[in-house]
Write a protein that binds this ligand. Structure first.
Ligand code: CA
Length: 401
């Protein structure tokens, strides 16, 4: 498509609206606006026009303004937010005044500015970030919201995202397919933390199937977008017209998640029962290794390593490691583990509530494999740590969450 053709035939340009679904109300929360161009008998995406660095920014602004004008006009009688894409370069044309002027004129017609979400791309931060940040702050004073698009593609921008304080972070769900799962899980974990800290909502886009919707739901996505939930259409879709029964899906996930949690708690309780029964064999700190020998028999399938610490985190027993059979590593006695995250918190928790506790999944320093630790208060001074084998975890789906 020749950019000049598009510019001189704006009457062939129309907006399409892709629905964005809320996890809270299971309803359409708003729409992302995209441009379509009619040529050779079909409607084509304007993506290549907007992403072509050789097309002058002024052209892009003109087409974008044209599309936005039609889109807001269409939205006047409807509810919902409107997500619009703008590059840093486009926003800088005429200091971003064109966009603001149009929005102000629509405000007079009853379209509130806080219904607009400007999507800026994370890689645009490499341009003049200070100027961009300044302009977006100015927009925000009018109530306009900011979303960072394609977040997580580069991990080096956390500081800038923090500075921008966007209301929404858009995560590309396609990343779940292209990246190794573990790597993406870690990126997701950091993003969720960041979103939490700055008070931004996570929006998962490009959701194309049930698996990805489940992933988005499970990882705290407040909004969902993608072909699975609705394609970009000329008409504004409503909950009833969506191809997927979103409430039905989410209740399936809730049911499944509850079952997994129940299974996990059931397992932890059964471990506690086993240990309670063993407590009669506890003969005090002098015979601590002998006690662990009994525990290894009871937890042979589940565990690959165990030891006992006091409430200061000081290891008072040998390490017991499972190779062919269980072996004792006496040199580990005297190690201190109190520096580890949540260690003291856990110990005091166990001591106060007199209950065992299961850690989250983490990567073991020594084996580099994913493990969980089940810990249990033997007395109010001594605590047993049972590291659960990764093969056992992978055999029990409810331990993976
Ligand atoms: Ca976008």
């Amino acid at each position: 498509m020749d950019p000049l053709d598009i510019i001189s035939n704006l009457h062939n340009v129309r907006p399409v609206f892709q629905p964005i679904i809320s996890a809270i109300r299971h309803d359409v929360k708003g729409y992302e606006v995209l441009g379509r161009y009619y040529s050779d008998g079909e409607w084509k995406s304007l993506g290549s026009f907007f992403h072509d660095p050789d097309v002058p920014e002024e052209f892009k602004v003109e087409v974008d303004q044209y599309v936005l004008n039609l889109a807001i006009t269409e939205m006047l009688g409807h509810e919902g937010m409107l997500f619009i894409n703008r590059s840093a370069k486009q926003l800088m044309v005429n200091n971003g005044e064109d966009l603001l002027e149009m929005l102000l004129s629509f405000q007079e017609k009853g379209f509130d500015m806080d219904r607009i979400v400007i999507e800026v791309r994370e890689h645009d931060f490499d341009e003049d970030f200070e100027a961009l940040n300044h302009l977006l702050l100015y927009y925000k004073t009018y109530g306009i919201q900011i979303a960072v698009d394609h977040v997580g593609a580069k991990s080096s921008n956390i500081d800038r995202i923090r500075q921008l304080e966007p209301q929404i972070l858009k995560v590309d769900t396609m990343l779940t397919r292209n990246h190794d799962t573990q790597g993406f899980q870690d990126v997701m974990y950091s993003l969720a933390m960041l979103a939490n800290r700055i008070g931004a909502a996570l929006l998962f886009e490009n959701i194309e199937d049930d698996f990805q919707l489940h992933f988005a739901w499970k990882h705290g996505g407040r909004y969902y977008q993608g072909f699975y939930l609705g394609k970009p259409e000329f008409e504004l879709s409503s909950k009833e017209s969506l191809p997927t029964d979103i409430s039905g899906k989410i209740f399936e996930y809730i049911k499944r998640e509850k079952t997994l949690v129940e299974h996990r708690i059931g397992l932890v309780l059964s471990w506690e029962q086993k240990l309670k029964a063993l407590l009669s064999r506890w003969e005090g700190i002098k015979k601590v290794d002998r006690f662990i020998e009994h525990v290894t028999e009871e937890f042979h399938t589940e565990s690959f390593r165990m030891f006992i610490c006091n409430s200061d985190g000081q290891q008072v027993s040998s390490n017991f490691r499972k190779f062919e059979k269980w072996e004792r590593e006496p040199d580990k006695k005297g190690s201190n583990w109190a520096f580890r995250p949540y260690f003291l918190e856990n110990v005091i928790h166990m001591k106060t509530l007199k209950k065992g506790t299961l850690s989250d999944v983490y990567s073991d320093i020594e084996t580099k494999e994913l493990v969980r630790t089940f810990s249990y208060p033997l007395t109010d001074q001594y605590f047993l740590f049972i590291d659960i084998d990764y093969s056992f975890i992978f055999d029990h789906e409810y331990l993976l969450i």
